[in-house]
Design a protein around this ligand. Structure first.
Ligand SMILES: [Cu+2]
Length: 380
């Protein structure tokens, strides 16, 4: 297992990062010298005007930066299949830490920090009793130290201290997944709220030995909020705003890391057929806001709050509160065709802040269940 640089202990590095965070100017000085993640210099070009319907920006906008990745939104269908093994297995997993400039929405760039270049980070799926060797690979060229704290780990810091690593190095640990459920993982360096807000969170699912109920489809989703020095929608590069984070007033509230990413207008909607049942794995990264997760035009037919999969599920739940640092496993059925919009029902987070996704349900109409038009309705 690799460690930190030879001259410095991991504990000393953690202390150092803590001092940077506590010092305020120390953090700004550190980051401004590196220029990409937190910036204090004036813009190189005249600022773009804010849209008339937006609040005035809190700082002069920078021009948009060249993007290093065309997309950070995770494909909601890109998740491992259900556990199909009956004996304990050993897993070797590497989480690449990717710091990358990408668009929150078209024309608005941000310096994201991610696991694997996607938000949420890759879903890890194991069986209760499995052993997991997990390595945080902090890629060369990154600016920040990182680590991973998994809520599925019995162990100090959830493994955060054991995996702490500076840029250009890997650092790993091994654990046994002793309890089942869906659990968040996240970067947990001393400035962890900054790192989570910038994208560093994901989910590990530990299935019970008997597995999960069969379903037709599964989707993997993550909500979190982003604090920038501009109003939502202002073109250009948005820098991270620590003061806004302290006030817990986000610029964006996002599903899978980008504004309205999982909609037909952006990256594409999720797809389903009438008569099917889908399972949703949902992680609320926060760092500060709970989600009030609601399917518009439907209902969660089964809900395992907190991802507590051994619990008896609640039935026909309209809106589920999911706190930051937790997960939800829910099932949804599709009796009629049409569009189901997934939102945070704290509704001011939806339109301009970006918190929505869509499931498009194809199939034959069921007028016995829903009839949109009645005789005498206005036409056109
Ligand atoms: Cu980090």
């Amino acid at each position: 297992m690799a460690g930190g640089p030879p001259a410095l202990s991991r504990r000393a590095l953690l202390r150092g990062v803590g001092l940077l965070a506590a010092g305020g100017t120390g953090l700004i000085g550190y980051a401004a010298g590196k220029s990409a993640l937190v910036s204090a210099a004036p813009p190189a070009e005249p600022p773009a005007a804010a849209p008339a319907n937006e609040a005035a920006p809190t700082a002069t906008p920078w021009p948009a930066k060249p993007v290093g990745a065309a997309q950070v939104a995770a494909d909601p269908t890109a998740l491992p299949g259900p556990v199909d093994w009956a004996e304990p297995r050993h897993h070797q997993i590497t989480l690449d830490v990717v710091e990358v400039v990408a668009e929150i929405e078209p024309g608005v760039t941000f310096s994201y920090m991610t696991f694997g270049g996607r938000i949420p980070g890759p879903m890890i799926r194991v069986r209760q009793g499995d052993t997991v060797e997990i390595t945080v690979n902090n890629l060369p060229g990154n600016l920040m130290p990182h680590n991973v704290d998994l809520h599925a780990v019995y162990g100090p810091h959830g493994g955060g201290e054991a995996t702490f690593v500076v840029a250009g190095q890997p650092n790993g640990m091994r654990f046994t997944a002793l309890y089942p459920g869906a659990f968040m993982y996240h970067c947990a360096v001393p400035t962890l709220d900054h790192h989570i807000s910038s994208g560093m969170f994901g989910m590990i699912v530990v299935e019970p030995p008997e597995g999960l109920p069969p379903v037709n489809r599964e989707f993997y989703l993550g909500q979190h909020e982003l604090y920038t020095d501009q109003a939502a929608g202002v073109p250009g590069h948005h820098n991270f705003d620590f003061a806004a984070m302290q006030r817990e007033q986000p610029t964006y509230v996002l599903l899978n890391g980008e504004k309205h990413a999982l909609t037909p207008e952006r990256r594409g909607a999720m797809q389903a057929q009438t008569g099917e049942t889908a399972r949703i794995f949902f992680v609320c990264g926060g760092p500060n806001l709970s989600s009030n997760f609601h399917p518009v035009g439907s209902v969660w037919t089964k809900v395992w709050r907190e991802g507590a999969i051994l619990s008896t599920p609640e039935r026909y739940v309209q809106t589920v509160a999911v706190p930051p640092g937790s997960c939800l496993i829910a099932e949804i059925e599709f009796p009629v065709p049409g569009m189901i919009k997934l939102v945070d029902h704290a509704l001011s987070r939806v339109v301009s802040k970006g918190m929505s996704g869509v499931i498009e349900v194809a199939g034959e109409p069921r007028p016995d269940i829903f009839t949109p038009d009645l005789p005498g309705d206005p036409t056109g």
